[in-house]
Ligand binder design. Structure first.
Ligand SMILES: [Fe+2]
Length: 284
């Protein structure tokens, strides 16, 4: 395989790997190293089935099932991220289902609303719009590494509360079903994480992060907003312009991502997501 970096801090294209075929453990070991090093891996021209996607994801680690009350996962391994219903009809942009998915357009790390967040995610692009609908990725490692030393000292040991409710409150109130909110109570995460495989530190912020434990709510929120702004500066960001059959995998521990808008009342966008389970809580 050939690995071609896509930017200084984040992203690499992987060539000559067929995601639909079985691979030796050495191949997956090399792919895992590339994932940890670049945070985002891009594979083009991967026309794969859900079963092939699940098998390829498993090569990277332990597969995470969606929770049963997830309206787009239903307890299975595939999360469908799409603006069409089961019959393939466009969902109107003002529909509650579209607003729920609008949460994907806020900078976030998948699963940070859970006490054991998702280690990695993989998206397979089935249908993409002709314009817009990109996904942007921001390096949380570069963001941490470039912080002033005094800031790093200040952040040491801080814990933030993350919740689904806080994330979706930024879109519209009353978006979440009672069952889903009950299944996703607020959780706590370290504000700075160390990635065990590399020993590198990364900021852990995003739209689910609501406030800092033990701090005044507004003061903590201001810090989180400042760190989010810092982390998503253009030099830390890779923007992926999707083509159908692109397969993109990312390490949720070391990058944030967000979807970009498109003309979703006109064009379909259908993505299938699989995820890797995290290794444990971030708070000791
Ligand atoms: Fe996401």
């Amino acid at each position: 395989m050939t690995i071609v970096p896509l930017g200084e801090h984040i992203g690499a294209e992987v060539r000559d790997v067929d995601a639909g075929s079985p691979h030796a453990e050495e191949t997956f070991a090399e792919l895992r190293r590339a994932l940890y090093r670049h945070s985002v891996l891009v594979f083009h021209d991967q026309d794969i089935s859900d079963e092939q996607q699940v098998a390829f994801t498993r090569g990277f680690g332990r597969l995470q099932m969606t929770i049963a009350s997830d309206p787009y996962g239903g307890g299975g391994p595939i999360n469908r991220i799409a603006n069409v219903d089961e019959e393939g009809r466009l969902i109107p942009p003002r529909d509650k289902r579209s607003l729920y998915q609008a949460g994907n357009n806020l900078w976030h790390s998948d699963g940070s609303f859970k006490s054991v967040p998702l280690k990695a995610s993989m998206l397979s692009a089935k249908v993409v719009p002709p314009r817009g609908g990109e996904t942007e990725y921001a390096s949380l490692r570069a963001a941490y590494a470039t912080l002033p030393e005094s800031r790093k000292v200040q952040l040491e040991g801080l814990v933030a509360e993350h919740s689904m409710a806080y994330s979706r409150s930024q879109i519209a109130p009353g978006l979440m079903t009672e069952a889903f909110l009950k299944a996703t109570p607020p959780v706590r995460h370290m504000l700075v994480r160390t990635v065990p495989e590399t020993g590198e530190k990364a900021l852990y912020v995003g739209s689910y992060a609501s406030h800092v434990i033990g701090w005044d709510i507004e003061k903590g929120r201001a810090l989180l907003e400042e760190l989010l702004e810092w982390s998503t500066q253009p030099q830390f960001v890779y923007r992926h312009r999707w083509k159908a059959n692109d397969l993109v995998m990312w390490d949720n521990r070391t990058c944030l991502h967000r979807g970009r808008p498109w003309d979703n009342g006109v064009y379909k966008r259908i993505m299938h997501r699989t995820t890797l389970a995290g290794d444990g809580p971030t708070v000791p």
